[in-house]
Design a protein around this ligand. Structure first.
Ligand SMILES: *Cc1c(COP(=O)(O)O)cnc(C)c1O
Length: 488
């Protein structure tokens, strides 16, 4: 009697009828396959109409709605209006184009439901295995440590925090940055990613502690200038602590001279961090791997599986050569998180290497895509993107109205439409208009930037669906839209 009563009043999120769920779940998977299969037939991007946008102003629902109706709303108001980065002609900013196995993995990870803060469970062992695989791919020793994080920005913060604590000269965890005897100085090129500014600000060092080393015409860090800055800072009473070398800058894809910077760091006793969010994975590419030689000597590396491994967002990874220093930077064991010899907690806590406590099961999507395709395939796809960028550079060279704006080293091409001798401001307006119309017409997604003080269009081919014909089309459409804009 009592039991029956509670069965009537106690609620759960599980469905009353599991059978109903089966039909809907199958429908979602079928639609998802069609969505990815037919992506090329859709515009890269479609602006969301105002009346559709307004559904996202609706207030919080207090009552229920059948799941099939909820899904129906998504089909109407979400799926037709994505960013577009799974499309073969999306080359904006820098991101991966997704993968079906990665998407299934996200689903399975959520169903498994494990919290990757740690524990004695398969998901935790898989997390450690994926970090070990990434170490192997980067040529890091077994004794190195690592952690999966939300993305490259967080991976850089993990590396730079470890660097700060290792070089501070005091116990920063106990005493704080105010106790650091000589102010720390970090060095990155003038092309360093904006996340490093956030990192040094967050670390309590301040933006001025990140010195921007000039780059040459190839946008690589000037190593002689770096050396001079270190000497100058020492003389002025600062403590040069770490160099952030970039393997693949956002603007142009330039790769700093990792071997030379690594050697300088060893000579000067500085921490050698590599921001490899774009380029670290080039290490696995048979034709281009040599471009990142020296990466394997870094004290820490940030890399981004949600870029060139194409796993769905979010997935970044920090690797640290000295696992002990890494752990010393983040490990803390309150009474409710003690290590146990047996049972569910009988494993190293993974959050000891990370700022988060609860952690997503990110490892599965990396594990599943690497298992399905193998590392060799990803190496070939990276080479393929670089070859496609070389091809685009060749197309640009054949057209007098198009001009390369920076040397192309990997998969990023900076160019502009320049039909006649025009002032810089007019060229900026013209090229911005070409970029925006290209997006609004759903043809291709490019971004723009400024390199060496001059505005340009920027194509970053981190996309396993791009074909050379897409690049032919890009050049044709740039010329067509450019001529239209000029005619007014
Ligand atoms: C993408 C990128 C980052 C930031 O990574 P997120 O995954 O976006 O957080 C940092 N550095 C470089 C060079 C990048 O390209």
């Amino acid at each position: 009697m009592e039991n029956q009563k509670s069965a009537l009043t106690e609620e759960t999120l599980d469905p009353a009828e599991w059978g109903d769920l089966q039909g809907l779940a199958r429908q979602i998977v079928d639609d998802a396959i069609a969505h990815v299969r037919d992506v090329r037939d859709r515009p890269v991007w479609t602006e969301m109409p105002a009346d559709k946008k307004s559904v996202y102003a609706a207030p919080v629902p207090n009552g229920p709605m059948p799941l099939s109706d909820v899904y129906g709303e998504l089909c109407e108001n979400l799926m037709p209006y994505p960013m577009g980065n799974i499309h073969p002609r999306f080359w904006m900013w820098y991101m991966g184009s997704g993968s079906y196995s990665g998407a299934l993995a996200e689903f399975i990870a959520a169903i498994d439901g494990s919290n990757l803060g740690g524990g004695n469970n398969a998901a935790a062992f898989m997390d450690t295995q994926v970090v070990n695989w990434l170490k192997q791919m980067m040529g890091f020793p077994d004794t190195a440590s690592g952690t999966l994080v939300s993305g490259g920005s967080m991976a850089n913060i993990i590396g730079l925090t470890t660097a700060r604590n290792a070089k501070a000269g005091v116990d920063v965890r106990a005493e704080g940055v105010a106790a650091i005897p000589r102010p720390l100085r970090f060095y990155g090129s003038d092309q360093v990613h904006s996340c490093h500014q956030k990192a040094v600000e967050l670390l309590g060092l301040g933006n001025k502690a990140l010195r921007r080393v000039p780059t040459g015409p190839d946008f690589r860090m000037d190593v002689a200038a770096l050396r001079a800055m270190i000497i100058e800072d020492r003389k002025a009473g600062f403590c040069p602590a770490a160099v952030i070398a970039t393997a693949g800058t956002v603007n142009t894809g330039a790769i700093d001279d990792l071997a030379a910077i690594g050697a300088l760091c060893r000579d000067e006793d500085l921490w050698f961090h590599v921001d490899g969010c774009i380029g670290a994975l080039i290490a696995i590419a048979p034709e281009n791997g040599h471009l990142v030689a020296g990466l394997e000597g870094a004290d820490s590396v940030a890399l981004d599986p949600h870029k060139w491994l194409h796993v769905p967002f979010e997935a970044g990874c920090a690797l640290v050569r000295d696992g002990g220093l890494h752990r010393d930077t983040f490990a803390v064991h309150p009474e409710y998180l003690e290590e146990k010899p047996r049972g569910i907690a009988a494993n190293e806590y993974l959050h000891d290497y990370n700022l988060q406590t609860s952690r997503a099961f990110r490892a599965l999507k990396v594990w599943m895509t690497l298992k399905e395709h193998g590392v060799d395939k990803f190496g070939r796809l990276i080479d393929q993107n670089i070859a496609q960028a070389t091809y685009l550079e060749g197309l640009i060279a054949e057209v007098p109205e198009l001009e390369m704006m920076a040397p192309r080293e990997i998969n990023i091409v900076c160019f502009r439409y320049c039909p006649s001798d025009m002032p810089e401001a007019e060229l900026r307006a013209l090229n911005s208009e070409v970029m925006l119309r290209m997006q609004e017409e759903g043809i291709a997604a490019l971004s723009d930037t400024t390199v060496g003080g001059r505005h340009c269009l920027r194509v970053a081919i981190c996309n396993h669906r791009t074909r050379r014909a897409d690049l032919d089309l890009l050049v044709r459409e740039t010329l067509r839209i450019g001529a239209e804009v000029v005619q007014g």
